[in-house]
Design a protein around this ligand. Structure first.
Ligand code: ATP
Ligand code: MG
Length: 397
């Protein structure tokens, strides 16, 4: 077995020694069965959180009332959740009531899709009461139980279905798909933040084209502000987009009148995401103006956004492998920052002691900076001074 699983088995053994039952459950079993890289390992256990806190040294109580604690073992975190069912969901957010149960099968029945409703014991045996393995084999996303009821209970599950269809390249079929159509409007009851997270993961999946088609067919698009009516199902991103700034700039490229600030505001994006969107947009303008990866572009765009820029240009079918070219340009830049200039704004002011301060200072410095970055002006005090005098002769002031 996966060494990741072996270490989780040690946690499970400890729970069994304390008289409980324990299983790996949910996404990790799904990913293992479908041969994908396993992410976080979640453990379902029959013991109450208080007991788990007793038997492990390092326990972080993250959601005791829902039965969840985090256990640290060999510097890995495991969410350990007591077997439970949920009922209520009056506010479409949290179940009104969480009831602890004694049986893993009852716990599996509360889960959203058959592929997510499997468990594995510490001997590697799989418990699969809803034919999750069969669904995985046929690449199908099927609700556990009656899909209308399950989407009614928690409408976010509809966006999870879309997200999984993109991540796994699976199809939503049969009554589960019909239920998406019937229940789509219920998504309006879910907070923007939670819908946004599933939407972002949808754009990050390999099967984004699939998922956009599904959003269109089911009417779920209607619940996603700004995305409907952009023709994305016909013109999908050609490769995954991983962040909101990447999605925003991609959409700008699809429609030049796209209001990116209204989009980010409606989707409740953070100031950092807004800033990064502006930086990527500015870089995009430089790129399309020059039709090339220039030194100035490599200089203006923060290196932390090179990968994002690469993904947007690839998804829009404009270019490929831009990141390498940006890095190459960056390594050959004469300066990395305005502070590296041998000629400063105080030097400029000293050249024109009688001139009033104003935007001319930053404009001139910007022109100097750009010329130095582009390699047409040497980063040398005398050379820059000479250039500044001819570019903006004192006589004209
Ligand atoms: P990922 O790889 O993205 O983490 P995951 O399947 O692990 O996918 P999580 O959101 O981490 O998804 O949830 C863990 C498990 O909890 C799921 O596999 C599923 O069994 C169950 N689950 C999560 N959200 C819901 C939900 N809204 N309704 C029912 N079951 C859910
Ligand atoms: Mg998970």
């Amino acid at each position: 077995h996966d060494p990741l699983f072996e270490q989780a088995f040690e946690v499970m053994q400890r729970i069994e020694e304390a008289g409980g039952e324990a299983y790996i459950a949910g996404g990790a079993v799904r990913d293992h069965v479908s041969g994908r890289a396993v992410g976080d390992i979640d453990i379902a256990s029959s013991l109450p959180p208080s007991k788990i806190q007793e038997i492990f040294e390092k326990v972080i109580p993250v959601g005791i009332e829902h039965g969840t604690v985090i256990v640290r073992h060999r510097s890995t975190s495991y969410e350990v959740t007591t077997f439970r069912t949920e009922s209520g969901y009056e506010d479409y957010r949290h179940p009104d009531e969480v009831t602890f149960v004694s049986d893993i099968r009852t716990d599996l029945a509360r889960r959203d899709f058959t592929m997510n409703a499997m468990a594995m014991d510490r001997h590697g045996r799989i418990i699969d009461p809803f034919d999750g393995r069969k669904a995985i084999k046929h690449k199908q996303i099927r609700a556990v139980g009656n899909p209308y009821d399950r989407f009614q209970e928690d409408p976010l599950r509809m966006m999870r279905a879309v997200r999984f269809s993109s991540q796994l390249c699976f199809e939503v079929t049969g009554t589960t798909k019909e239920a998406l159509v019937k229940q789509a409007s219920l998504l309006a009851n879910i907070s923007m933040e939670r819908v946004a997270e599933e939407t972002r993961k949808t754009f990050a999946g390999q099967g984004i084209k699939n998922a956009l088609g599904l959003l269109d067919e089911t009417g779920l698009f209607h619940q996603l502000p700004f995305l409907e009516g952009m023709g994305l199902q016909k013109n999908p991103p050609l490769s995954p987009l991983k962040s909101w700034p990447e999605i925003a700039v991609f959409l700008c490229l699809q429609d030049s009148s796209f209001s990116v600030s209204a989009f980010l505001k409606t989707w409740k994006r953070s100031n950092q995401e807004k800033r990064e969107t502006d930086q990527l947009k500015e870089a995009m303008n430089l790129y399309t103006d020059a039709d090339d990866v220039t030194s100035w572009l490599a200089y203006c765009l923060p290196e932390s956004l090179y990968s994002s820029f690469d993904r947007v240009t690839e998804a829009a079918g404009m270019d490929r492998g831009i990141k390498e070219r940006l890095l190459d340009r960056k390594h050959h830049l004469p300066i990395c920052d305005r502070k590296d200039l041998e000629f400063e704004s105080v030097d400029l002011i000293a050249l024109h002691p009688d001139k009033r301060k104003g935007p001319w200072i930053s404009e001139t410095m910007k022109a100097v900076e750009r010329r130095v970055v582009e390699g047409v002006l040497e980063n040398d005090y005398e050379k820059i001074k000479e250039w500044v005098i001819t570019w903006n002769p004192p006589g004209n002031i």
